[in-house]
Design a protein around this ligand. Sequence first.
Ligand code: GDP
Length: 366
Amino acid sequence: MKLGIVGLPNVGKSTLFNVLTSAGAQSANYAFCTIEPNVGMAAVPDERIAALAELYQPAKITPAVIEFVDIAGLVRGAAQGEGLGNKFLSNIREVDAVIHVVRCFEDDDIIHVEGSVDPARDIETITLELIFSDMELLERRIERGSKTVKVLGNTMRAELDLARGLYAHLESGKVARTYPCQPHEREQINTWALLTTKPVIYVCNFSETDYTAGNIETHANYQTVQAIAAAENCATLPVCAEIEAQVAELDADERALFLGELGITSGGLDLLIQRSYDLLGLISYLTAGKPEVRAWTITRGMKAPQAAGKIHTDFERGFIRAETVAFDDLMRCGNMAAAKEQGLVRSEGKEYVVQDGDVILFRFNV
Ligand code: GDP
């Protein structure tokens, strides 16, 4: 799973990217590296992993991960080739969801490309570039469709009508995500690789003063962003990238002390990763043993053989059954043997829909 971080220059994207991809590594005690300067992995915070590690004392602990891409270079006019222009837009096409960082902090030393802090205008600037890019794609689709409709008939005609309807929607400045249509039409649209169909979290980057004042929910800038997000069915999250960057430098004890002094309980990053995970409809199941305790990412609703396939294709191909216990049940019993005794370890077959927090041992034969 891949998330793209977008936003105007100097809003805090790179600061956030750096802490996400290094703080995740620290908190999970897991060696991540930055894959490329702008691509990195973050561990999905999951207290269940530590609890299982306590139980199994494994040689290795592996959390679930999300990949983040810092997509720099988006400015007004990008769809027409300004800044990194289209290269940047093709980067977004590859991600599963978008983290849109919005500058809410005032700082005269840090230039705002548009001259002032104005979240609504900034969001519109970025969103319009994405919309323009989508319109260009649709234009080509409509053009091709118009040529082939006579030969291909009704299916093509329906698709063409859908594309035209969506085009008009985009033209009025709205994102593809909010286009009212039937479920089968939505499925069709989702195959067109548009930018504005992707789920978005608006991350509002506040100053330390505002962030720690304790009433961020009522801050005018936050309310502005929340209203925009609500109209687009998107999530929002307030952060202070500066604080997060400082927190990331500290070890666990210092961290608690520092956050305590600021009067906040935890940083916003864990929340951001968790929300991203939720937003993408992702859950984790767990495997636990002496060699390794590990979380595996699957989409909600996935059945046992496909979930097993995440570990190895052989597990899916030769799937026999899944020996499953809910994490909470396992913890309540204290260990696997006790859970078995109490009949809480179930033997599930091919049709079993894996649940978040299932601790699973797959039986397979190839
Ligand atoms: P990007 O261009 O969006 O990637 O922005 P950067 O992350 O490089 O940040 C641009 C500048 O703004 C850097 O000098 C950061 O230290 C600074 N910055 C980022 N977040 C904050 C913040 O919350 N408050 C203040 N005052 N400065 C910040």
